[in-house]
Design a protein around this ligand. Structure first.
Ligand code: IPM
Ligand code: MN
Length: 359
């Protein structure tokens, strides 16, 4: 008997529930094919729930989430709620409370997808960003003095612990080992050692220490500004990039653009020893809510990363094959309303392929 995966479904805000529904459709197709069973439990987190009940992430919800095998998230962010409240109160609270210390964000250009980078193709754009996900500027350390006066002082501190940097860097090397890039294995630390001389001094020392344990992997360093430059000019240089929370946030939006945009960018908030959470990177796209025109591929890709992380590697590869097929043969464009298919038709196409044609 195969194990039943208990998956928390958090559709969240805007188009989140629509894209997650397509992801669930595809997960079920892979389940049928591979004899994988799931128990899906819905959690009504998000802006609507907050406006109705005043609750963000309650202890009770968190306790139930801790009993799940994974969380499948649509999007958090509502136009009627002040920016920051839901993001910090739900999304970041989940990441921190569940100690999801890795944010894994693959940047892969598939055949048939346009990139804004001239003369670059799928063979050039294929790397993974390992973003630290619980520390740095996101830790919420700091404060404000004399608010609203001309003497106002605002301090936002970046928290970097030896343990936090080390577990993230180690994950990046392990991931690189497993990924086994044919062009050569390389982990690049993306930092700012020339200015952030406390934080990235720690990161850099830990990086080269851990690197010694992986003699077959090239250990490389680039400042964050240079990383942005190379991601545009020579993306083929990268295999695995490891970086802190803030830099990782920024460079993965750039990464999403060079792989074809927010319609396709997916990621995982991973606690290798606990409950992980998988999400499309794109956000809630409120103006497209309920129109059936949003691209669900990023959410479906998040489902693929989820299955992979749960150990269902074969089923995960079926989903990737489905995504590849639909991007290559069917979709006209990745943008909302321009796909040539509705949201649920795209889900159907991939689900059918997973069920009937994947190898
Ligand atoms: C992301 C998002 C979040 C972040 C926001 C919504 C808090 O931009 O997942 O990259 O900054 O981490
Ligand atoms: Mn971001």
């Amino acid at each position: 008997m195969s194990k039943t995966h208990k998956i928390a479904i958090v559709g969240g805000d805007g188009t989140g529930p629509e894209v997650v529904a397509e992801g669930v459709k595809v997960l079920k197709a892979a389940g049928e094919r591979g004899n994988i069973s799931y128990e899906f439990v819905e959690f009504p987190l998000g802006g609507e729930n907050y406006m109705k009940t005043g609750d963000l992430l309650t202890q009770e919800t968190l306790d139930s989430l801790k009993t799940m095998d994974a969380i499948y998230l649509g999007a958090i962010g509502h136009p009627d709620v002040k920016p920051g409240i839901l993001e910090k109160g739900i999304l970041l609270d989940l990441r921190f409370s569940l100690d999801q210390y890795i944010n894994l964000r693959p940047v892969k250009l598939y055949e048939g997808v346009d990139t804004p980078l001239k003369d670059k193709g799928p063979e050039d754009i294929d790397f993974v960003v390992v973003r630290e996900n619980t520390e740095g500027l996101y830790a919420g350390a700091g404060g404000v003095l004399k608010k609203g006066t001309l003497d106002e002082v605002a301090v936002q501190e970046s928290i970097n612990t030896r343990k936090g940097a080390e577990r993230c860097i180690r994950y990046a090397f392990e991931y690189c080992q497993k990924r086994n890039n044919k062009k050569g294995k390389k982990v690049t630390l993306c930092g700012k050692t020339n200015v952030l001389t406390f934080a990235f001094d720690l990161w850099e020392r830990v990086f080269y220490e851990v690197a010694k344990e992986y003699p077959d992997i090239e250990a490389d360093y680039a400042h964050v500004d240079a990383t942005c430059m190379w991601m545009v000019k020579n993306p083929e240089w990268f295999d695995v990039i490891v970086t802190d929370n803030m830099f990782g946030d920024i460079i993965t939006d750039l990464g999403a653009m060079i792989q074809g945009g927010m319609g396709i960018a997916a990621g995982g908030n991973i606690n290798p020893e606990g409950v992980s959470m998988f999400e499309p990177i794109g956000g809630s796209a409120p103006k497209y809510t309920g129109m059936g025109i949003i691209n669900p591929i990023a959410a479906i890709g998040a489902g693929q990363i989820m299955l992979d992380t749960l150990g269902e590697t074969e089923a995960a590869s079926w989903i990737e094959q489905g995504i590849i097929k639909v991007l290559r043969d069917d979709l006209k464009d990745l943008a909302a309303g321009k796909m040539g298919f509705s949201t649920s038709e795209v889900g159907d196409l991939i689900a059918d392929f997973v069920k009937n044609s994947a190898k």
